[in-house]
Ligand binder design. Structure first.
Ligand code: ATP
Length: 137
């Protein structure tokens, strides 16, 4: 069974959206494999988004991610990576369809409330970063 890494970002936690986001994943048919509420430091935020290091918004992105607690989760199921991305919706909430998490709960790309791994390789890397190297079961 495939696993994917999902994180409710600080604005999602602040706005009380952990519950609604968990409900969407459960309703879709995912199984929760791990969950932790934590405050991440700049090093972990930079490692998590290392592929975006050269982007002009990188500093702002790290500030945003470290501005409050996040809820890190591992969800599993068939085609977990692709199904989670479909549930979350497009990166920019302006373009995200109604019915997706970002389409329904977010307004702006700099505050798009949730992250989902973009590939099986990213999922393995991100689960390792947040939950350690042992497979989550
Ligand atoms: P995520 O990795 O958070 O799930 P994504 O894979 O849909 O998002 P990426 O292109 O990897 O999209 O961007 C990562 C994050 O960087 C976005 O979720 C958003 O918070 C932030 N971001 C992307 N583009 C911009 C931008 N132009 N301005 C500000 N923040 C941005």
């Amino acid at each position: 069974m495939e696993q994917t890494f999902v994180m409710v970002k600080p604005d999602g936690v602040r706005r009380g959206l952990i519950g609604p986001i968990i409900a969407r994943f459960e309703q879709k048919g995912f199984t929760l494999a791990a969950i932790e509420l934590l405050r991440i430091d700049r090093l972990l935020a930079e490692q998590h988004y290392s592929d975006l290091r050269t982007k002009p918004f990188f500093g702002e992105l790290v500030d945003y991610l470290t501005s409050g607690p996040v809820c890190a989760m591992v969800w599993q199921g068939e085609h977990a990576v692709e199904n989670a991305r479909a549930l979350i919706g497009k990166t920019n909430p302006v373009e995200a369809s109604t019915g997706t998490i970002r389409g329904d709960f977010a307004m702006d790309i700099a505050g798009n409330i949730v992250h989902g791994s973009d590939s099986a390789a990213s999922a393995a890397r991100e689960i390792g970063l947040f939950f350690g190297k042992q497979p989550v079961s």
